[in-house]
Write a protein that binds this ligand. Sequence first.
Ligand code: LMR
Length: 337
Amino acid sequence: MKRMLLALGLLVLAAVARADPAPTPQNPIIIKFSHVVAIDTPKGRGAERFKQLVEERTAGRVRVEVYPNSTLYKDKEELEALQLGAVQMLAPSVSKFGPLGVKEYEVFDLPYIFPNKDVLHRVTEGPIGAQLFAKLESKGIHGLAYWDNGFKVMTANRPLRVPADFKGLKMRIQASKVLDAQFRALGANPQVMAFSDVYQALQTGVVDGTENTPSNVYTQKMNEVQKYLTLSDHGYIGYAVITNRAFWDKLPPDIRTILEQAMRDATRYANAISQQDNDDALAAMKATQKIEFIELTPTEKAAWRRALLPVQSEMESRVGKDLIDAIHKEAQTIGAE
Ligand code: LMR
């Protein structure tokens, strides 16, 4: 019995000796947080707020290094880097999980699936959001929060008023089969491209147009190489803030608790500023008088809906009919549909 206890004691001692030393300001835990957008966007600001809160609340025992604007990795590479542990945190748009094998996230790309942000929040903050996060665990990814960006506009060098205006246009999309179907339904040719390449592709005519949120269009200067912007609100872009699961699981529990609270606070902040950021971007683009804004008439809006709503049933087999129905149910619950 004594010998057993001694052996056990030695095992414990060996485990303690092997464990990472407790983090200190001189020897902090480093979190590399990579993303693809500008700092002055909802996601960019959210990441900066998270960094500030974490560094304050851990008194420097954790350092968050934010790498914006694809300075470290582009869209596809950043997900691979997270899985390999080369970075610890990302906030990809929810449209970018399909290539990882988690097709359900593309439900967020369905045209007109969210009548407003209240419905969206019921989805992201309720059981659907949690179920979607659970699907990432087997990929070595742990979901931390959903951050808003906003509803999308369309841009091109030709006015886009009715679906027929899209005919033959090469439109840049994120890597999502739902977005591919959306543009095919409009008669356009969708082309998957990393976010960091879009400005140049628009400038050189590799693509004719694109869709994005106003804050992304403005901060990437896409408005300088596009003549028309249609206020279509046909779909949504938002983010899943994610971390490398092994990294997260290995954190000292007290540190993890601080990070979780900081993420809750940064999420509240990012979601509170997102609408204003997009409104400001629209106002700033309008003020340049270099891009013409197109507001759709009720008849034109109806024509867009007629062309795009069938994408919801067309994509049932990809993203899951139950999931689509569950989102419609959330909308009905609050009388938004
Ligand atoms: C895009 O790739 O168009 C955007 O979703 C990028 C982003 O992260 O907002």
